[in-house]
Design a protein around this ligand. Structure first.
Ligand SMILES: [Zn+2]
Length: 79
């Protein structure tokens, strides 16, 4: 026998979608109400804390996403 708690019934698609739907709206309202945004030390744009800066691709002074490479890729495809 299972010693951990086991759900009696399968969670329906509708039920789980309803649950995660409400979660989505909650996070959206939180963001619109103004979550605490930190400022990127490199380019001084507002970013979510504990995330890589979407503009320069740096996190804690370390280059995580190479933006210049991506730009080169795009220009190479276009040319
Ligand atoms: Zn940045």
């Amino acid at each position: 026998m299972a010693k951990h708690p086991v759900p009696k019934k399968k969670t329906s698609k509708a039920r789980s979608k309803r649950r995660y739907g409400s979660f989505k709206t909650k996070t959206l309202t939180k963001l619109s109400e103004g979550t605490k945004l930190s400022i990127c030390p490199n380019c001084k744009t507002k970013i979510l804390s504990h995330t890589v800066c979407p503009k320069c691709g740096k996190y804690r002074g370390r280059q995580v996403i190479n933006k210049q490479k991506e730009i080169d890729k795009i220009t190479k495809i276009k040319a």
